[in-house]
Design a protein around this ligand. Sequence first.
Ligand code: COA
Length: 150
Amino acid sequence: MTDFSIRPIKESDKESWLKLWEGYLVFYESTLDDKVTETTFARFFDETEPVYAVVAEATDGNLIGFVTWVTHRSTWAITDYIYLHDLFVAPDSRLHGVGRKLIEYVYGVGNETEADRVYWHTQVHNHRAQLLYTKVGKRDGFVVYRWPES
Ligand SMILES: CC(C)(COP(=O)(O)OP(=O)(O)OC[C@H]1O[C@@H](n2cnc3c(N)ncnc32)[C@H](O)[C@@H]1OP(=O)(O)O)[C@@H](O)C(=O)NCCC(=O)NCCS
Protein backbone atom coordinates (compact mmCIF):
# COMPACT_ATOMS: atom_id res chain seq x y z
CA MET A 1 0.00 0.00 0.00
CA THR A 2 1.18 3.53 -0.76
CA ASP A 3 1.37 6.23 1.91
CA PHE A 4 -1.76 8.15 2.84
CA SER A 5 -2.99 11.33 4.49
CA ILE A 6 -6.16 12.25 6.34
CA ARG A 7 -8.07 15.31 5.13
CA PRO A 8 -11.56 16.82 5.31
CA ILE A 9 -13.98 15.44 2.75
CA LYS A 10 -14.70 17.58 -0.34
CA GLU A 11 -17.87 17.72 -2.43
CA SER A 12 -15.80 16.47 -5.37
CA ASP A 13 -15.11 13.25 -3.39
CA LYS A 14 -18.72 12.17 -3.75
CA GLU A 15 -18.25 9.36 -6.28
CA SER A 16 -15.24 7.87 -4.48
CA TRP A 17 -16.85 8.26 -1.09
CA LEU A 18 -20.03 6.55 -2.30
CA LYS A 19 -17.99 3.48 -3.25
CA LEU A 20 -16.55 3.30 0.27
CA TRP A 21 -19.98 3.97 1.80
CA GLU A 22 -21.45 1.10 -0.23
CA GLY A 23 -18.65 -1.17 1.05
CA TYR A 24 -19.45 -0.07 4.58
CA LEU A 25 -23.16 -0.88 4.13
CA VAL A 26 -22.27 -4.28 2.66
CA PHE A 27 -20.08 -4.92 5.70
CA TYR A 28 -23.13 -4.26 7.87
CA GLU A 29 -25.36 -6.28 5.52
CA SER A 30 -27.51 -3.17 5.33
CA THR A 31 -29.11 -0.97 2.76
CA LEU A 32 -30.10 2.66 3.04
CA ASP A 33 -32.53 4.68 1.00
CA ASP A 34 -30.52 6.82 -1.45
CA LYS A 35 -32.24 9.85 0.04
CA VAL A 36 -30.59 9.12 3.39
CA THR A 37 -27.15 8.80 1.81
CA GLU A 38 -27.69 12.02 -0.18
CA THR A 39 -28.79 13.87 2.94
CA THR A 40 -25.85 12.58 4.97
CA PHE A 41 -23.37 13.59 2.27
CA ALA A 42 -24.93 17.06 1.98
CA ARG A 43 -24.77 17.54 5.75
CA PHE A 44 -20.97 17.14 5.74
CA PHE A 45 -20.83 20.52 3.95
CA ASP A 46 -23.58 22.32 5.82
CA GLU A 47 -22.14 24.50 8.57
CA THR A 48 -25.43 24.40 10.46
CA GLU A 49 -25.29 20.60 10.77
CA PRO A 50 -23.19 18.88 13.46
CA VAL A 51 -22.24 16.10 11.03
CA TYR A 52 -18.65 15.74 9.86
CA ALA A 53 -16.41 13.49 7.78
CA VAL A 54 -12.79 13.14 6.84
CA VAL A 55 -11.23 10.75 4.36
CA ALA A 56 -7.97 8.87 4.06
CA GLU A 57 -6.38 9.56 0.69
CA ALA A 58 -3.55 7.46 -0.72
CA THR A 59 -0.72 9.29 -2.47
CA ASP A 60 -2.10 8.03 -5.79
CA GLY A 61 -5.28 10.05 -5.08
CA ASN A 62 -7.55 7.10 -4.26
CA LEU A 63 -9.77 7.36 -1.21
CA ILE A 64 -9.10 4.35 1.03
CA GLY A 65 -11.14 5.12 4.14
CA PHE A 66 -13.35 7.55 6.01
CA VAL A 67 -14.67 8.38 9.42
CA THR A 68 -17.80 10.36 10.28
CA TRP A 69 -18.87 11.89 13.57
CA VAL A 70 -21.61 13.97 15.10
CA THR A 71 -21.41 16.31 18.05
CA HIS A 72 -24.11 16.65 20.67
CA ARG A 73 -24.90 18.12 24.07
CA SER A 74 -24.64 16.11 27.23
CA THR A 75 -26.32 16.49 30.62
CA TRP A 76 -23.05 15.30 32.16
CA ALA A 77 -20.72 17.91 30.70
CA ILE A 78 -20.55 21.56 29.71
CA THR A 79 -18.87 20.87 26.40
CA ASP A 80 -20.14 18.59 23.66
CA TYR A 81 -19.61 14.88 23.21
CA ILE A 82 -18.35 13.59 19.88
CA TYR A 83 -20.03 10.42 18.69
CA LEU A 84 -17.83 8.63 16.17
CA HIS A 85 -20.50 7.32 13.84
CA ASP A 86 -18.94 5.41 10.93
CA LEU A 87 -15.45 4.09 10.32
CA PHE A 88 -14.37 2.21 7.24
CA VAL A 89 -11.11 1.28 5.54
CA ALA A 90 -11.11 -0.35 2.09
CA PRO A 91 -10.33 -4.08 2.48
CA ASP A 92 -7.03 -3.96 0.58
CA SER A 93 -5.79 -1.01 2.66
CA ARG A 94 -6.39 -2.53 6.10
CA LEU A 95 -3.72 -3.27 8.71
CA HIS A 96 -1.57 -0.31 7.67
CA GLY A 97 -2.64 2.09 10.38
CA VAL A 98 -5.37 3.88 8.40
CA GLY A 99 -8.15 3.10 10.88
CA ARG A 100 -6.00 4.27 13.79
CA LYS A 101 -5.11 7.54 12.02
CA LEU A 102 -8.79 8.22 11.25
CA ILE A 103 -9.72 7.76 14.90
CA GLU A 104 -6.79 9.89 16.03
CA TYR A 105 -7.94 12.65 13.68
CA VAL A 106 -11.26 12.73 15.54
CA TYR A 107 -9.35 12.85 18.84
CA GLY A 108 -7.56 15.91 17.44
CA VAL A 109 -10.91 17.54 16.72
CA GLY A 110 -11.93 16.67 20.28
CA ASN A 111 -8.87 18.46 21.63
CA GLU A 112 -9.35 21.51 19.41
CA THR A 113 -13.02 21.90 20.28
CA GLU A 114 -12.52 20.97 23.93
CA ALA A 115 -15.07 18.19 23.56
CA ASP A 116 -15.73 16.30 26.75
CA ARG A 117 -15.13 12.97 25.03
CA VAL A 118 -15.11 10.92 21.86
CA TYR A 119 -17.13 7.71 22.07
CA TRP A 120 -18.51 5.07 19.72
CA HIS A 121 -20.27 1.71 19.50
CA THR A 122 -19.25 -1.48 17.85
CA GLN A 123 -20.93 -4.83 17.41
CA VAL A 124 -20.05 -7.43 20.03
CA HIS A 125 -18.78 -9.81 17.35
CA ASN A 126 -16.66 -7.23 15.51
CA HIS A 127 -13.42 -8.58 16.96
CA ARG A 128 -11.31 -7.15 14.17
CA ALA A 129 -12.35 -3.60 14.99
CA GLN A 130 -11.97 -4.26 18.71
CA LEU A 131 -8.32 -5.24 18.21
CA LEU A 132 -7.79 -1.63 17.22
CA TYR A 133 -10.23 -0.08 19.70
CA THR A 134 -8.62 -1.68 22.75
CA LYS A 135 -5.40 0.09 21.74
CA VAL A 136 -6.86 3.55 21.23
CA GLY A 137 -9.76 3.69 23.69
CA LYS A 138 -11.30 2.28 26.85
CA ARG A 139 -14.26 -0.09 26.80
CA ASP A 140 -16.93 1.51 28.98
CA GLY A 141 -19.23 -1.42 29.70
CA PHE A 142 -22.49 0.16 28.54
CA VAL A 143 -24.96 -1.94 26.53
CA VAL A 144 -26.95 -0.25 23.74
CA TYR A 145 -30.73 -0.62 23.36
CA ARG A 146 -32.90 0.76 20.58
CA TRP A 147 -36.47 1.46 19.63
CA PRO A 148 -38.15 0.63 17.34
CA GLU A 149 -36.54 -2.75 16.76
CA SER A 150 -36.06 -2.41 13.00
C1 COA B 1 -11.97 -1.78 11.74
C2 COA B 1 -11.17 -1.13 10.63
C3 COA B 1 -11.65 0.29 10.43
C4 COA B 1 -9.69 -1.11 11.05
O1 COA B 1 -8.97 -0.42 10.05
P1 COA B 1 -7.42 -0.72 9.79
O2 COA B 1 -6.91 0.36 8.93
O3 COA B 1 -7.23 -2.11 9.33
O4 COA B 1 -6.84 -0.60 11.26
P2 COA B 1 -5.34 -0.25 11.68
O5 COA B 1 -4.40 -0.85 10.70
O6 COA B 1 -5.21 1.21 11.96
O7 COA B 1 -5.25 -0.91 13.11
C5 COA B 1 -5.08 -2.18 13.24
C6 COA B 1 -4.65 -2.39 14.69
O8 COA B 1 -5.22 -3.59 15.08
C7 COA B 1 -4.17 -4.48 15.42
N1 COA B 1 -4.47 -5.80 14.92
C8 COA B 1 -5.00 -6.13 13.76
N2 COA B 1 -5.09 -7.46 13.66
C9 COA B 1 -4.61 -7.94 14.80
C10 COA B 1 -4.44 -9.24 15.31
N3 COA B 1 -4.78 -10.33 14.60
N4 COA B 1 -3.91 -9.39 16.54
C11 COA B 1 -3.54 -8.29 17.26
N5 COA B 1 -3.69 -7.03 16.82
C12 COA B 1 -4.20 -6.89 15.62
C13 COA B 1 -2.94 -3.95 14.73
O9 COA B 1 -1.77 -4.35 15.44
C14 COA B 1 -3.14 -2.47 14.75
O10 COA B 1 -2.67 -1.91 15.94
P3 COA B 1 -1.44 -0.84 15.92
O11 COA B 1 -1.99 0.44 15.35
O12 COA B 1 -1.05 -0.69 17.35
O13 COA B 1 -0.38 -1.44 15.04
C15 COA B 1 -11.27 -1.94 9.30
O14 COA B 1 -10.93 -3.27 9.55
C16 COA B 1 -12.66 -1.89 8.66
O15 COA B 1 -12.99 -0.97 7.93
N6 COA B 1 -13.47 -2.92 8.95
C17 COA B 1 -14.82 -3.02 8.37
C18 COA B 1 -15.76 -1.94 8.91
C19 COA B 1 -15.75 -1.86 10.40
O16 COA B 1 -15.67 -2.85 11.13
N7 COA B 1 -15.82 -0.62 10.89
C20 COA B 1 -15.87 -0.35 12.30
C21 COA B 1 -17.27 -0.43 12.75
S1 COA B 1 -17.42 -0.11 14.49
